[in-house]
Design a protein. Sequence first.
Length: 277
Amino acid sequence: MSKIINNTEIEQFKKDGAVLIKGKFNNVWIEKLKEGIKKGKKNPSPRFVNHTKDKNLPGYYEDFWTWNMHEEFKDFIFNSPTPKIAAELLEAKKINLVMDNWFFREAGSKSSPPFHHDISYFDFEGSMCVLWIPLESVKKEDGIAWVKGSHLWDRLFLRTRFNDGHQVDGEAGIVNGKKYELTPNILENKGDYEFLQWDLEVGDCIYFDIRTLHGGLNTVTPKKDVHRYTLRMAKENSKIIYRGEWAREERAIMEANGYKNGDNLEGIMFPKLWPLG
């Protein structure tokens, strides 16, 4: 089976923690994702949230684990190039879905994502990558910035809420046998880091290691509505490993579906995406 991406892209992902993948998603896939988000706004899950505190201002909305609620998301996850690219980047024998996310910022929204890495937010452990795909073209100064090489720091940072004020969950220290730190104040010390940022056309995407720090580097107020879709995907042998109490809400959902600490990421909530059959 021929590769979708090249060796240079694979090596950049390994070395830098994030890579631009150009033009792998045609307009059919983009329109499906837009339609899925449109339906998601009308019929959200119980996990839907508006991160903007002042409800009189343009909002910054998010929902996750909605792939089985909207056929457009399910089609994209199983049938687009997404999981095959993940398999090539992670050099995996098998790829399972971990979680899907959609984000919607209304024109004029001043809310923005904090710097964070996804690995410490939820009870997941293993070799994982994240697809980040914008559904409109993006100038690099208006998009997300990734801290180059931060996936190799071997550090865990506390979960930071996306709501205005960026509240930190928990306290620095040892939690369930792992050391957690406050995320460095990257915005106040930009000169200490090298950032990865790209201009993206519709159909382009970023894949990044789940340990890579990323967030909004500039305060950008969008003039038009902004749609983003993300997927977390795992290589074989990834597991559920309990983290702090900050993950209890998502943990409760997994436990309600029969999962427990130490289980593999597979089954009804974490279906195999690649290879199919």
